[in-house]
Write a protein that binds this ligand. Structure first.
Ligand code: HEA
Ligand code: HEM
Ligand SMILES: [Cu+2]
Length: 656
């Protein structure tokens, strides 16, 4: 009996590696500390009522941001562990299996549990304010999306402590990810973690499309909408077309693993190339899903800090939409070397190259916006300026990769690794940082310290080039991705060491950002104006932080950059536009169902991972019960009375 328990425990808990063991202990201790602190300070009710059950887009946005920054920390630690292992030839720090697990979790976490939720956080924090709406179209669904993401990410992360991490790469190609070569549960955690959070992403996509199409302030025609909202629309359209493919692909992989089907294995009539096609039909659009909103953020930032209207508005919209569409016709550039044949390769090479055109249009639009502008360089603008050269070089190396014959040389080498980190860090990470710095005062009501922010910027920016430029050379020297060790005789030592130093510089940059946030909370520089950057769009017309109902009276819009034009008119002596009288505001009521239902999904997912029917059934029953209960809940909304609106506005210093 005792032996059986021990055997089970050794399978269940990941043991053996002191590194993992130490991290496990740290995780458990942190959780105990959080639970104790909440209990000691009697904060459970507050947490439940104000945050966990909230349907307010602003609070959901903040929760997304916090969760994604934690994931950035974990993904970043993974990255630095890998860079440490690669710093010196024949290093014995991570063994080969552990290295495999780490690049897999790093890739998945950075794209799906860092970039995606940070992006959704920004959608939530900004879009309703920017289009003059009181919330998103489906606030309940919005909360459900968040909790599905959260519990999906938790399920994925749990594998680190219980059962073992997946280690078949971030896209889990079969047959490596099949039961024959990945018999453990890590791959099942991968499937269910991504599956559950993927449903959330799909619902967010739908939610924001409807919000943007249906809830814009009166007068805001689509072609008068701010560029960030346009980029959200293009990203969400891509989401709703791409994510169903992911769901189906992972479901087929699940059937292969669980029921012994052979969709993706050659024996039994399947074919791994089917998986590889399907996963890239999602995977390629996915990288544009995360970068398009970054383009939107840069468009807002560059106009604000150049004090000029965005150059080429129409061409920007056109470029965003054409990238969304074109991104569905390039997937095969990820496997030029896998036998598609010359004609197919030529087709996909050309479609890929075409994307450089709308992207180039955008780059020139940003440059022309700055041209002859009255420029200033606070932190959001610094990220914008750091982004342009970084992204252009990263994009250009993408075009080199898209030359199919050349790709036979570059494919799966460090040249590729350098390309995608350059667009993902220089484009996506810098973009979201710019967004966070830009909208931070709107969200929290105080500004971030500029000086520490600039330090963080330079550390990231310099660290980036030191880390990734040597990798292009390493790639050309023959270093392939996903190797955990290399010999002294290769001549790769100095470049790898340099790269590792760059990685740590970025790590220090992250620590500076944490310090910056803590410092700014301590020495709070309040934003009492609601418009600290002299902004152009509607979110800057209301107090910071925005009241629960966002707008006391709904704004009417006459032109692009309406708020900016209004400011100019008032400065020229015109009287401000009269505001309509206050009316009670219709608001959605908080609900505990999203978090409970998502937890039930988590339980069912955990059951599927371990093949425990006794856990799957209650989990799924719980999900169904939550749906049922919610369908009979008619108490879903309330009105904020005029008196209360008056009080809130007066407290924020606004006349009504
Ligand atoms: C945000 C993420 C992101 C972005 C924006 C891009 C953008 C591009 N990517 Fe990249 N890519 C990835 C993330 C991204 N990629 C990832 C994660 C992988 C690897 C995944 C894996 O294998 O694990 C990958 C892999 C990858 C491959 C596969 C290589 C291989 O496996 O061997 C190819 C090949 O064609 C490619 C091409 C391109 C191109 C042409 C662009 C273009 O969109 C770039 C366009 C931009 C510019 C060109 C710069 C600006 C333009 C101008 C200034 C105008 C003038 C320029 C010209 C006319 C050329 N990418
Ligand atoms: C601090 C910055 C970062 C460093 C130092 C870093 C480092 C690394 C390293 C060493 C690898 C493994 C290379 C290999 O052996 O094949 C890797 C892979 C990867 N990284 Fe990063 N990374 C960083 C940030 C990011 C970010 C921000 C993202 C995404 C938004 C990202 C996405 C990926 C992906 C998708 C992979 C491929 C995983 C796989 O091969 O399965 N990285 N990174
Ligand atoms: Cu691609």
């Amino acid at each position: 009996m005792w032996d059986r328990i021990k055997e089970f425990a050794s399978e269940f808990f990941v043991t053996g590696d002191p590194l993992i063991y130490g991290a496990d202990v740290a995780i458990v201790l942190t959780m105990v500390a959080i639970v104790s602190a909440l209990t000691y300070f009697k904060k459970w009710t507050w947490l439940w009522k104000e945050w966990l059950t909230t349907v307010d887009h602003k609070r959901i946005g903040i929760m997304y941001v916090i969760a994604s920054l934690l994931m950035l920390f974990r993904g970043g630690i993974d990255a630095l562990l890998m860079r440490t292992q690669l710093a010196v030839p024949e290093m014995e720090f991570l063994n080969a299996e552990h290295y495999n697990a780490i690049f897999t979790t790093h890739g998945v976490i950075m794209i799906l549990f860092m970039a995606m939720p940070l992006m959704f956080g920004l959608f939530n924090l900004v879009v309703p304010l920017q289009i003059g709406a009181r919330d998103v179209a489906y606030p309940f669904l919005n909360s459900l999306s968040f909790w599905l993401f959260f519990f999906g990410a938790m399920l994925f992360n749990v594998s680190f402590v219980i059962g073992g991490s997946p280690d078949a790469g971030w896209l889990a190609y079969p047959p490596l990810s099949g039961t024959q070569f990945s018999p453990g549960v890590g791959q099942d955690f991968y499937i269910w973690g991504i599956q559950i959070s993927g449903i959330g992403s799909l619902m967010t996509g739908i939610n924001f499309i409807v919000t943007i199409l249906k809830m814009r302030a009166p007068g805001m025609k689509l072609m008068k909408m701010p560029m960030f909202s346009w980029s959200v629309l293009s990203s969400c359209l891509t989401i709703i077309l791409a994510f169903p493919i992911l769901t189906v692909t992972l479901f087929l992989l699940f059937i292969d693993r669980y029921l012994g089907a052979h969709f993706f294995t050659l024996d039994g009539g399947g074919n791994p190339m089917m998986y590889i096609n399907l996963i890239w039909m999602w995977g390629h659009p996915e990288v544009y899903i995360v970068v398009l909103p970054a383009f939107g953020i840069f468009s807002e930032v560059v106009a604000t800090f150049s004090k000029k209207r965005l150059f080429g508005y129409k061409s920007m919209v056109f470029a965003l939409m054409s990238i969304s569409i074109a991104s569905f016709f390039t997937w095969a550039h990820h496997f030029f070397t896998m036998g598609s044949g010359a004609n197919v390769n030529a087709f996909f090479a050309v479609t890929t190259m075409i994307i450089a055109i709308p992207t180039g249009v955008k780059v020139f639009n940003w440059l022309f916006t700055m041209y002859r502008g009255r420029l200033s360089f606070p932190t959001p603008m610094m990220w914008m300026l750091g982004f342009i050269p970084c992204f252009v070089v990263g994009g250009m190396t993408g075009v080199l990769l898209s030359v199919a014959p050349a790709d036979f040389q570059f494919h799966n080498s460090y040249f590729l690794i350098a390309h995608f980190h350059q667009v993902l860090i220089g484009g996506v990470a810098f973009g979201y940082f710019a967004g966070l710095y830009y909208w931070w005062p709107k969200v929290f009501g105080f500004k971030l310290n500029e000086k520490i922010g600039k330090w963080a910027f330079w550390l990231w920016n310099i660290g980036f080039y030191v880390c990734f430029m040597p990798q292009y050379v390493l790639g050309l020297m023959g270093m392939t991705r996903r190797v955990s060790s290399y010999g002294w005789d290769r001549g790769w030592y100095e470049l790898n060491l340099t790269s590792t130093i760059g990685g740590f510089l970025m790590g220090i940059g992250f620590l500076f950002q944490v310090w910056q946030i803590l410092h700014s909370i301590k020495f709070m520089e309040k934003d009492t104006t609601g418009d600290p950057w002299d902004g152009r769009t509607l979110e800057w017309t209301i107090p910071s932080p925005a009241p629960a109902y966002n707008f006391a009276t709904l704004p009417t819009v006459r032109e692009k950059d309406d708020y900016w034009e209004e400011k100019l008119r008032i400065a020229a002596g015109e009287a401000p536009r009269p505001k309509p009288p206050l009316e009670p505001i219709h608001m959605p009521r908080n609900s505990g169902i999203p978090i409970i239902m998502s937890f039930c999904f988590f339980v069912a997912g955990f059951g599927f991972v371990w093949d425990w029917l006794w856990m799957i059934i209650p989990g799924l029953v719980g999900v169904a019960a939550c749906m049922l209960v919610h369908s009979f809940n008619y108490n879903t909304d309330y009105y904020i009375p005029v008196e209360e609106i008056k009080r809130t506005e007066a407290a924020a210093g606004r006349a009504v």
